[in-house]
Design a protein around this ligand. Sequence first.
Ligand SMILES: [Zn+2]
Length: 471
Amino acid sequence: MTAQSGRVAALVVAAVAFSAQAPNPNAPSNFVSLQAPVIALTHARVIDGTGAPPRADQTLVIRDGTIADLGAAADVAPPAGATVVDLTGKSVIPGLVMMHEHLYYTTGPGVYGQLGISFSRLYLAGGVTTMRTAGNVNGIMDVSVSRRIAAGEMVGPAIDATAPYVNGPSTFLQMHAITNTDLARRHVDFWADQGATSLKAYMQVSRAVLKAAIDEGHRRGMKTTGHLCSVTFSEAADLGIDDLEHGFLPATDFVRDKQPDVCPGQARGQQALAEVDENGAPFTALVRKLVDKHVALTSTLTVFETFTRGRPMPPGLDVLAPQLRDAFQRAYDRVQQNEESLYTTLFPKAMRMERAFARAGGLLIAGTDPTGAGGVVAGFSDQRQVELLVEAGFTPVEAISIATLNGAKYLGRDARIGSIAKGKQADLVIVAGDPSAAIGDIRRVETVIKNGVGYDPQKLIASVKGQVGIW
Ligand SMILES: [Zn+2]
């Protein structure tokens, strides 16, 4: 061995030792498929997220994470030295901005496992570039994951990390019981100081606690949403809530003997909702009130689809740990056998009610809610949610706008994200085919571009396959 080859060998040994100790399995670079100082996407169909008709044969130039130029391929030439990607036959939509996501998942009866790593990869793989966690049973994990992604230490969407639930006394093992307004303000302040950026109230909250949380949240620059029951939608609108979850399905406004601050049970609320005339004065007045008070509404049709008989198996189940896949299969089989289920009438009615809210001028936003008995799998379900909005009567272009620009508007970030325009952040999803004609093409994701860097959805999915539910 010569002195020189000995030195090389030593260097190789050192490098191996370093890499054996240093590789970060969460590093975004493990999943990158497209990265260059200047990228030109040519001959793309652009569905821009505003609801405008698609534009064929466009060129997008991406520089420094921003859409530097956009126009007809005949007018916009790729800059010299750009990495050119020919998108003939493909479409570009904005990165999805999804508003009822979680970094937890149902892993047992009343138990929610923390899936911060696998879910953040799956959300990105599904085309989600910005999300709100809209409910947190993880404590600090939502905030930590959000921070690490923002710092480039982990891969995933930009995350609006919601503080742990604002709830009253309940049977949930992973929720605080906030019993007075002083505790409510302390909860909000503690989590705001930790880095949470939004709040979510839950089914047993009192009006006083909800009001204190909303006001303290606003003082700290945080919006509040709610999955309500003890407080009606109308009461919450009067208290200044910003958003309501799950469309109208948790509304207890139509329960006849509703007691203030008491949840009569979700089933009673839904029974009353099933009997409401959706064209009658009580319902249209509630819609009017929410629109007038600028309360947004989050559609989460995906989770309710898993409760509804005769619906297809949800997408993405093969990434789950086998035990969870089997548990969901058993839940699915039970749903198919339940011929009396209220959801047979309620699921299509919920779709019509959400459409009525949007048609009345309300800000309808989209989410998925990976809870229930399982089966709502991050990323896959976000694409499914857009398909279900189309089934609810929106055009594909409208559905894409609800799942992109509307979320950005709610977050107050629409000047930077949510649609495709010159000067905006390059958060884009490249899909094969044309989702403006066939919304199912939204599942054919080839590359997810976040802040100008393209990620390979197959690599992201492969890295967690069979493990989802464990981490
Ligand atoms: Zn939820």
